[in-house]
Design a protein around this ligand. Structure first.
Ligand code: NDP
Ligand code: GDR
Length: 348
């Protein structure tokens, strides 16, 4: 047992669930912040949750919200964490164009509120703070691959809010001596990925089409390129960032880039289906070479007002200083996600 205490915002999300699991395995007591919702929102952590009345319970959930400063101060005061992982956010880039103000409130000011809570409670010398920064900061990047010194050029309200949070984290490190570090993480996915992010949207549709529950998958820009890794590997990197002897910012990435189009092809191939592309632009379609059915169509509704076309990360600093590198490759990731969705959608 480490005897350490961690506080995780966003514990009900993809990364929060994997991180809570990892920290419990390492012997931590884990406090997670969950939002009040009219329906259950703890599905991703149900398997690691133990009734708090049980003697061996080490995962505790608290209601909270990054838009509520008083709540954050009280949570930090009551839980007295050694490590805080700020993973909570309105994390959907396209949604941030629809809800820019809320996105700024939760992602930018939310980070400030949490850092201020640490300062108000005079915990700067005892707490370590991890900020969930993102490759979206690079946006229209001038160079590839992107590393810790690549200039930022955000392209969405989401990225602009995360830019504020990034620099606020750096500023609290420099101004108050807080151990505060940014993980600049490139896209990472898993069977627990939210259903509206493109990877999971594809793997769910492939499974549903395979089981004849859906005919067509509608997508936006299939030529966007991303550096996709597995969330399980990336939460291990977050933990290593906070165990390092100095607070520093790190890129976590696989170093490989693939298009959404390639993701679609591989995901369908997992069910034995070969995709042939026909047409151009918004009229392009993906045809199942076996049946001749159109299984993919483009819907301009999913085009973003400004797009991030090409991301590929260089994680050599994390490899050298933290001994971190990804374990799960692209093909393995796609296969795991499709197989998980095939299993889920086979249940009547
Ligand atoms: P998810 O969308 O799966 O999870 C986000 C979490 O934040 C959920 O628990 C959500 O709660 C919670 N949340 C949303 N709004 C608030 C709020 N106002 N107050 C408190 N909690 C809130 O995201 P991921 O797990 O994929 O990502 C984790 C973090 O890492 C996010 O900050 C994201 O922006 C960032 N990131 C993610 C990357 C990725 O590829 N996954 C890459 C780089 C950065 P609820 O369950 O109730 O919705
Ligand atoms: P991203 O992830 O914006 O990179 O942000 P997302 O999966 O939403 O988009 C990836 C790329 O796919 C294109 N795309 C579509 N996207 C969605 N969601 N739905 C579609 O139908 C679709 N068709 C094409 C997008 O245009 C884009 O280019 C994720 C989030 O987890 C952020 O929180 C995180 O910071 C970054 O990754 C790194």
């Amino acid at each position: 047992m480490t005897g350490k205490v961690a506080l995780i915002t966003g514990v009900t999300g993809q990364d929060g669930a994997y991180l809570a699991q990892l920290l419990l395995e390492k012997g931590y007591v884990v406090h997670g912040v969950k939002r009040r919702s009219s329906s259950f929102n703890t599905g991703r952590i149900d398997d690691i949750y133990v009734d708090p009345h049980e003697r061996d319970a080490r995962l505790f959930l608290h209601y909270g919200d990054l838009t509520d400063a008083a709540n954050l101060i009280r949570l930090v005061q009551e839980t007295r964490p050694d490590e805080i992982y700020n993973l909570g956010a309105q994390s959907h880039v396209q949604v941030s164009f629809e809800e820019p103000e809320y996105t700024g409130n939760a992602n930018a000011l939310g980070t400030l509120r949490l850092l201020e809570a640490i300062r108000i409670l005079a915990l700067e010398k005892s707490v370590r703070f991890y900020q969930a920064s993102t490759s979206e900061l690079y946006g229209k990047a001038s160079e590839a691959p992107q590393n810790e010194t690549t200039p930022f050029r955000p392209r969405s309200p989401y990225a602009a809010a995360k830019l504020y949070a990034y620099w606020t984290t750096v500023n609290y490190r420099e101004a108050y001596g807080l151990f505060a570090a940014n993980g600049i993480l490139f896209n990472h996915e898993s069977p627990r990925r939210g259903e509206t992010f493109v990877t999971r949207k594809i793997t769910r549709a492939v499974a549903a089409i395979h089981h004849r529950r859906q005919d067509t998958l509608y997508l936006g820009n299939i030529d966007a390129r991303r550096d996709w890794g597995h969330a399980r590997d990336y939460v291990e990197g977050m933990w290593r960032i906070l165990q390092h002897d100095e607070a520093e910012d790190f890129v976590l990435a696989t170093g490989e880039t693939h298009s959404v189009r390639e993701f679609v092809e591989l995901a369908f191939a997992e069910t034995g289906c070969t995709i042939q592309w026909q047409g151009q632009g918004a009229d392009e379609v993906g045809i199942d070479a076996g049946s001749g059915a159109i299984v993919v169509r483009i819907d301009p509704r999913y085009f973003r007002p400004t797009e991030v076309d090409h991301l590929v990360g260089d994680a050599s600093k994390a490899r050298e200083k933290l001994g971190w590198s990804h374990r799960t490759g692209f093909r393995e990731l796609v296969a795991e996600m499709v197989q998980a969705d095939l299993k889920r959608s086979a249940v009547p």
